[in-house]
Design a binder for this molecule. Sequence first.
Ligand code: TXA
Ligand code: MG
Length: 366
Amino acid sequence: MEIARAPRGRRRKDLNSTKSPGTGVGDAAGPVENLGQSAVDAATAEQIERAAQLLHAGALIAFPTETVYGLGADARNADAVRRIFAAKGRPAEHPVIVHLASADLMPRWAREIDASAQALARAFWPGPLTLILPRAATVLDVVTGGQDSVGLRVPGHPVAQALLARLLDLGGDGIAAPSANRFGRISATNARHVAEEFGDAVAMVLDGGSSRHGIESTIVDLTSGEPALLRPGAITVEALGRVLGAAPRLPSSQSPRASGTLASHYAPQAAARLIAPHELIHALATLTKPVARIAVLARSVAKPTKFSGSWIDAPRESAAYAQELYANLRTLDTRGADEIWIETPPDGPDWVAVNDRLRRATHRQL
Ligand code: TXA
Ligand code: MG
C-alpha cells in the first residue's frame, strides 16, 4: 500500500534539536515538557510503525485525518489521554473522540449500537462522521469527560488507517484524538501547522499532506433515541437524512457538552468579522483605516486595485473553500492585521458547515 505521500513543508525537521531527544515513553505521569522533541515526519511505513510504538508506550502523536489533524493518545491509557488535555490547554470535562480501525470495534466502546448507528457507520465510515453512542463500562472517564456517552469515528485517511491497524496489532484498540490545536484556536490541517501549535509537546507529527475536507467531522448524537446533529461537517444533514429516513434534530441546549459547539471556538487571533459581498465592496471603497491593518478573505468580490493589504481569494465552491479555510485564516492571521474581513459565503446546504465555523471564528464581533 502506498502510504507515504510526498511531504509538503518540512521534512524530519527537528523543532527542538538543542534538547536531548526523548519520546515521552516511561514518564506516564510526567509533565508535558518532558515529552521529547517534536519532529515532522513524512508518513512512511517506517514512521507509522514508530508512531504506533510511541502511542502504545503512552506518548502523544499528531497524525493526519481527512478532516483535520488529530492529537492522539492510546485511548485505553488514562495518563496518555490526560496529556492531550495538558498539551491543548483544554478543560478536563470535555470529551474526546475515539478513532477506530474499523466499525467492527464499536462493541468494545459502545454498549448499545442501534439501527441508526449501524446504518450511519455502514454508509459513511471510514469517513468524516463521528457518532456519539452510550459508552461501554470500560471506557475511561478521561475520554468521555465523565459523560455516559462516547464519540467514535473511523477515519478514512490512509495514514490514520495504517496507524490504527498497527496499534491494533500491538493490542491497542483506539486512538483518543481531538483536533491538533490549542484550545479555542483554529484546527490544524497540515503537519506544519500542528508543529507550530505544539512545538515539543508532542513526540512526533506524522505528515500526511493537507487534510482533504479541512473542517472537523460531522457529529451525530445517537444517545437519546432520536438522532441529533451536534456539529455540521462534510457529511451534510441531507446525506444523513437519506440514510436515517429523516433529517436529524438540530442542536439544542440539552445537547451533551462539545467544545466545538462553544460559541467562540475556532477563533483566529485578529478580530474577524463577516461582511456581505455588497457591504465588503462598499467598505473597501470607503476605507478610512490604514489599509495594512485590514486582511481580507474574499470569495466573489474582486480586489480593488488600490487595496494593498493582505488579500486571499478563497475558492468559490464550498468543498474547496472548506478545505483551505483554516489555512487561509492562519495565513491572514500571521500578517499582523487588526481585523480580518471575511466575505460572507452563500447560504444553502453545502455551506452549512463552513458558515458554522465562520460564525464561531467571528463570534467576538457579534
Ligand atoms: O474531525 C474530527 O472530528 C477531528 C479529527 C481529529 O477526528 N477531531 C475533532 O475533535 O474535531 P475535537 O475534540 O476537536 O472535537 C470533537 C468534538 C468536541 O466538541 C467534543 O466535545 C465532542 O466532539 N465529543 C466527543 N465525545 C463526545 C461525547 N461523548 N459526547 C458529546 N460530545 C462529544
Ligand atoms: Mg477541536
